[in-house]
Design a protein around this ligand. Structure first.
Ligand code: ADP
Length: 377
């Protein structure tokens, strides 16, 4: 107690208060720096008061003056695009009424010049000891540009699909008709050239199909749709499709399945694409006349494992980091004279991952290769 009767802070208290102030300042500075670095608009919403505190990015990014009365939930709600408002309101209602603590969504948010930015909002709900939500702390990331690119990619994909596929189908149709003798007999030369036209258009058609599939998978637009499947029948029909190709190259094509294999749930068209790619590669990269390709399958521990092995040219060790990448072909494959696009394994990896599985391989250059696909069953 001092002479005037007040409690004077002791020097030790003084130092402690100063240290705490400094720590608080540092922590605030750090928060501002993180906010600047991520370029996010950050908000802190007090649920019982209905008030919102924003960081400076709200004004810097969306052009609002600092005098803008942005401090209420109503202000924020009035700036969500009318077509998104009901969905966002329902999502937040759901978030507050259940015991989830995080929320993520995208919507259009009005900027000062009246245009709309596409934002990804990620928020965290802070609850009191009674479990009731008290605050929502979140960030709004402007994804207008990547959204625009996604749309452009989407439009491009459907353009490719219609503008390239239609003429290709017509080329194939007429070359099939000519080759089938429907329009009169052909000389040997004509038959051979027609066969080349046909092969090239089929290759192009497969390439267009692959590019479309990849584009859908990259944009996460292909959902996995597992159906109950009898693996033995499924595999037999799939391998049957490739028997003419294998026979044409003098390659033996075998299936080895687990006896009494149970029925499994899998996306038949996704897995079909993967296995056709692996089998076609195995046939192409094995020695004509003495190649041996085998597909084996087994189901255990909730996993379905399928492998495709061959005694072909193998994959050089240097190719390992690139083999599942886009447009990659190992030197020995390119030198082998077999044609390829380098998209098959990339697509197979995307498809396998979309099914929740993984793909790997082991190989010895010059001796052969085994690819393994494992998916949940
Ligand atoms: P491609 O159309 O070239 O076959 P993929 O993406 O299917 O494209 O395969 C990429 C590369 O992986 C091939 O070019 C080849 O170098 C290598 N590869 C794939 N499968 C095999 C295999 N069974 N044996 C040897 N090399 C293979």
């Amino acid at each position: 107690m001092t002479r005037d009767g007040t409690d004077a802070p002791q020097p030790a208290d003084n130092r402690r208060t100063q240290r705490l102030r400094r720590q608080l300042q540092e922590s605030n500075d750090r928060y501002e720096l993180v906010a600047k670095a991520t370029n996010d608009v950050i908000y802190d919403l007090d649920i019982s008061q209905g008030t919102v505190v924003w960081n400076d990015a709200l004004y810097d990014k969306y052009g609002y003056r600092r005098t803008e009365p942005a401090g209420t939930v109503e202000w924020w709600a009035a700036h969500v695009h009318p077509d998104d408002a009901a969905r966002i309101e329902a999502e937040i209602g759901g978030l507050l009424s259940n015991d989830h603590d995080t929320w993520q969504s995208r919507y259009r948010f009005r900027t000062a010049d009246g245009s709309y930015a596409v934002v990804r909002d990620r928020a965290f709900v802070l609850r009191g000891d009674d479990g009731q939500p008290r605050r929502i702390i979140g960030s709004m990331l402007d994804i207008t540009e990547s959204d625009r690119l996604d749309r452009a990619k989407d439009e491009f994909s459907s353009l490719v699909s219609h503008q390239l596929r239609t003429p290709l189908t017509i080329i194939q149709l007429y070359s099939d008709m000519l080759g089938g003798g429907m329009l009169g007999g052909l000389t040997d030369d004509q038959t051979e050239y027609l066969q080349r036209i046909n092969n090239a258009s089929r290759r192009l058609s497969r390439l267009v199909g692959n590019i479309l599939d990849i584009s859908r998978l990259e944009m996460a637009k292909s959902a996995c749709n597992p159906q109950p499947t009898d693996l033995a029948t499924y595999v037999a029909s799939l391998v049957g499709e490739l028997r003419p190709l294998a026979a044409g190259r003098g390659i033996s094509l075998q299936v080895r399945g687990q006896a009494g294999c149970p029925s499994v749930a899998l996306d038949q068209s996704m897995l079909r694409e993967v296995l056709l790619n692996l089998l076609t590669n195995a046939i192409h990269y094995s020695p004509a006349g003495s190649g041996r390709v085998r597909l084996s399958y087994r189901v255990s521990g909730g996993r379905c494992s399928i492998s495709v092995s061959d005694n072909g040219i193998g994959i050089p060790a240097a190719a390992r980091p690139h083999i599942f990448g886009r447009f990659y072909r190992a030197d020995n494959a390119a030198d082998s004279g077999s044609e390829g696009t380098g998209l098959g394994l990339y697509l197979s990896r995307l498809l396998t991952e979309a099914m929740g599985g993984d793909i790997s391989y082991s190989s010895t250059a010059g001796k052969g290769t085994v690819f393994r696909v494992r998916i949940p069953s």
